[in-house]
Write a protein that binds this ligand. Structure first.
Ligand SMILES: Cc1ncc(COP(=O)(O)O)c(C=O)c1O
Length: 404
């Protein structure tokens, strides 16, 4: 006889009805809306994590990642986790207790590497940049001189909390001149800003699926070169973490596919599709698209008389960090955008809390329609949140960028 749900179960379900999530335009610092193609692929029939058809998909995804990272690294794979799982996986494989790491700290996100490295027991030298400014190269060089045993120099190419694009050339030169590995957090940058892991001599690079890669959150691409791999092979003790052990993960992803953990086939399908889209568009064209829409948005913001936080010349194309004048209410602006326009944007972290708007144009969302939409919404809301604007000025300024 078929058992039916009890009255109590039915009553309980009344309290927690079926989901009908709102449609939000995700113009914050990530996640961003993914292309329907990606969403569609992510809902394809599931495969088991050890199914040979799926392990072939893992290899294909790793190959697509090598193209997007611009690397020939064999060890290229994804951690099943968010961006910080990629940061932690790289650092806990490369560092052992007592090792010295110099961290070029650009703000909240690249700064978390300090906490992660300390938990590993490393000797952490935190070289802090002023918020919105690039690293002081001389300070990093000085830190390397003062710590000749430095094993890793780590920073981020794109600091999401301040909208900064950090040039890497000098940092790579300094790190390698002092015999250290050079590692880069590209959680926000990969797929949106120019990055070439091999050409830029980056030893380890880690990212996240939910930003410029244009996939769903939950995967962290990681790539390590032979130099970094040799460091892992020479460890005194095994990697502290089972889940982040990169050599075992490499076997599962690109080797004999020995079981390590249950990877999500559907998340990988989505990433596989978004990576194919990136290569269909072409990396250079994609970087240029992100730059164009970022420029148009910034022109519109400036035309409303609002300053950018980021030092001129170091502005990140994919995130626009708008410094709010005294008395202009960050929370009220963001709330109204969400409730009246279904638009999500980001706010400030730490010292910038309540004083910053962070608008992201990444992946599928980096387009003119979204630039005009968010500028028009801000033109309407700002005067009621303490900042008067000239109606139409922002859209005209953005239009001028598109007419260039
Ligand atoms: C530069 C950077 N690093 C790390 C992270 C952490 O990524 P996640 O939130 O996916 O763990 C972020 C997220 O915004 C980021 O922008």
């Amino acid at each position: 006889m078929t058992q039916l749900a009890t009255g109590q179960e039915k009553a309980f379900l009344q309290q927690i009805p079926e989901l009908h999530p709102s449609y939000r335009l995700l113009l914050g610092p990530g996640p961003c809306n993914v292309d329907p193609r990606v969403l569609g692929m992510a809902s394809a029939p599931q495969l088991g994590h050890m199914d040979p058809e799926f392990t072939r998909i893992l290899e294909g995804t790793a190959e697509l990642l090598r193209q997007v990272f611009q690397t020939k690294n064999d060890l290229t794979l994804c951690i099943s986790g968010s961006g910080f799982s990629g940061v932690e996986a790289a650092l806990c494989n490369l560092l052992e207790e007592g090792d010295t790491i110099i961290i070029g700290n650009l703000g909240f996100f690249s700064g978390q590497a300090v906490d992660i490295a300390r938990r590993i027991g490393a000797n952490v030298i935190n070289v802090q940049a002023e918020l919105g400014k690039p690293l002081d190269i001389a300070a990093v060089e000085q830190a390397c001189k003062e710590h000749p045993d430095v094993k890793v120099v780590a920073t981020a190419i794109a600091e999401t909390s301040t909208g900064l694009l950090q040039p890497l050339g000098e940092l790579e030169r300094i790190a390698h001149a002092h015999g250290a590995l050079f590692t880069v957090d590209a959680v926000c940058g990969l797929g949106g800003v120019p990055l070439a892991v091999d050409a830029q001599k980056i030893d380890a690079c880690y990212s996240g699926s939910q930003k410029c890669l244009g996939a769903l959150p939950g995967l962290a691409p990681v790539t390590l070169n032979e130099r970094a791999l040799q460091v892992i092979k020479k460890r005194r003790k095994p990697v502290q973490s089972y889940y982040f052990d990169l050599e075992n993960l490499q076997r599962y992803w690109n080797g004999d596919h020995t079981y390590h953990h249950t990877a999500s086939s559907n998340l990988v399908y989505g990433l596989h599709e978004s990576l194919r889209q990136i290569l269909e568009e072409g990396l250079e064209a994609r970087w240029a698209r992100h730059q164009l829409h970022g420029d148009a948005l910034k022109a519109g913001i400036k035309a409303m008389g609002l300053p950018l936080l980021t030092q001129s010349g170091y502005e990140l194309s994919v995130i626009t960090a708008v410094k709010l004048p005294e008395g202009v209410d960050e929370v009220a602006i963001r709330q109204r955008l969400l409730t009246e326009y279904n638009i999500e944007i980001g706010g400030g972290f730490g010292a910038l809390k309540g004083r910053l708007l962070r608008i992201g144009l990444m992946g599928y969302n980096s387009c003119r329609r979204n630039v005009d939409t968010v500028l028009a919404a801000l033109e309407h809301i700002l005067p009621e949140c303490g900042w008067s604007v000239t109606p139409g000025a922002a859209l005209a300024a953005a239009d001028a960028v598109y007419r260039r």
